[in-house]
Ligand binder design. Structure first.
Ligand code: AMP
Length: 344
């Protein structure tokens, strides 16, 4: 081994150790630009007995995405393979949405993937992903009708289609998704269950700015006044959650009202798209939360600042131990792992 290679390896090990990563034998990140190349490479890894964990993204990576990569590495271990996909999926953008202005800082994204020990980045073009005469699409018909689905018709069909393609091409043992996009996670859980994808979903908690604002590539569109008011989403959710947890308020209407009052007081620039209290699995509206059935409820908000739409949510899990055990059993049965309990 030449001196320069060995000193580069020592440096990489130091960087990895400093980041708390156990993945110290870093080679360069492989970049796979076509579905065919991705599929061939996945086949090679699987034949070599490696497990693959997938982190699907649209790029413009921030600390939330990077945390998902770290979670993937913890799940698959130092010898496994972490694949990050970066693909701004045209199918999930509506005609009046921000497809063309969606940020694409590729060099910075690749640096983030490298620094967070990804083994490969799948970077297809829309042309290689979708045949011009494509005619098959996956639609989820229940959960997509609520929350964000109401104001973004077709969005979750686009998400399901691309995620199913990614699962087929990458063939992961597990895939990591953020709980910030809770509806997306719930829908992909159905996709996995209903179409028998043989993988585990790992749900990662929302990563936030110090003031509570959930990290999102769309935060960059906020002007200073909007940015100053945006943490009110989090405060509105926490105000309602405190009412439910601390004061045992069960009435969903009261919780909803608390969210709206907080937003009206603290974010006058915001236009509320929805403020909902729903069942965390079915996403249907609830009249009451915290029943003895062990089901979790979700407080969910979507708010416009100008044309920028921000979302956030807070999960209300049952506190009594029998109800919590029922919930864990249901999660295990559906092979979704919330927080850090995945054991591949
Ligand atoms: P996107 O690139 O926005 O489509 O997101 C890719 C993945 O990152 C999805 O699973 C998101 O839920 C997740 N994600 C986005 N923002 C955050 C965040 N602030 N914290 C945790 N995960 C996030």
């Amino acid at each position: 081994m030449s001196a320069s290679i060995s000193s580069a390896r020592v440096r990489q090990r130091r960087i990895a150790a400093a980041k708390g990563s156990d993945h110290t034998r870093r080679a360069a990140v492989k970049i796979l630009r076509t579905p065919a190349a991705m599929s061939r490479q996945a086949g090679r890894w699987l034949r070599a007995g490696k497990k693959i964990v997938l982190v699907p993204t649209m790029g413009a990576l921030h600390a939330g995405h990077l945390a998902l990569m770290d979670r993937a590495r913890r799940a698959v271990g130092p010898r496994g393979v972490v694949v990050v996909s970066i693909f701004v999926n045209p199918l999930q953008f509506g005609p009046r949405e921000d497809l063309s202005r969606y940020p694409r800082p590729l060099a910075r994204d690749l640096r983030g993937c490298r620094e967070h020990a990804a083994d490969a980045v799948f970077l297809p073009s829309a042309e290689t992903m979708y045949a011009p005469d494509r005619s098959v699409q996956i639609d989820e018909t229940q959960l997509s009708a609520t929350l964000c689905g109401r104001s973004r018709p077709g969005h979750f069909g686009g998400v399901c289609t691309v995620v199913a393609k990614l699962f087929n091409l990458v063939r992961p043992t597990a895939a990591v998704f953020g709980m910030k996009d809770f509806q997306q996670l719930a829908i992909i859980r159905r996709l996995v269950r209903d179409l028998d994808f043989p993988l585990t979903l790992i749900a990662h908690p929302t990563v936030r700015e110090a003031d509570g604002l959930a990290l999102s590539s769309r935060n960059a569109y906020l002007d200073p006044a909007q940015r100053a008011q945006a943490p009110a989403l989090r405060r509105a959710l926490l105000a309602a959650a405190t009412l439910a947890r601390g004061a045992s308020e069960r009435n969903a209407g009261t919780l909803r009202q608390r969210m709206l009052e907080t937003l009206a007081a603290e974010a006058p620039l915001a236009r509320v798209d929805y403020a909902e209290v729903v069942d965390a699995e079915t996403l249907q509206s609830l009249e009451r939360v915290g029943g003895a059935d062990g089901r979790a409820a979700l407080l969910a908000l979507a708010v416009f600042f100008g044309s920028t739409r921000l979302i956030d949510n807070e999960l209300l899990t049952p506190t009594d131990s029998r109800a919590a055990a029922t919930r864990r059993a249901a999660e295990n049965a559906s092979r979704v792992c919330y927080l850090n309990e995945a054991d591949l």
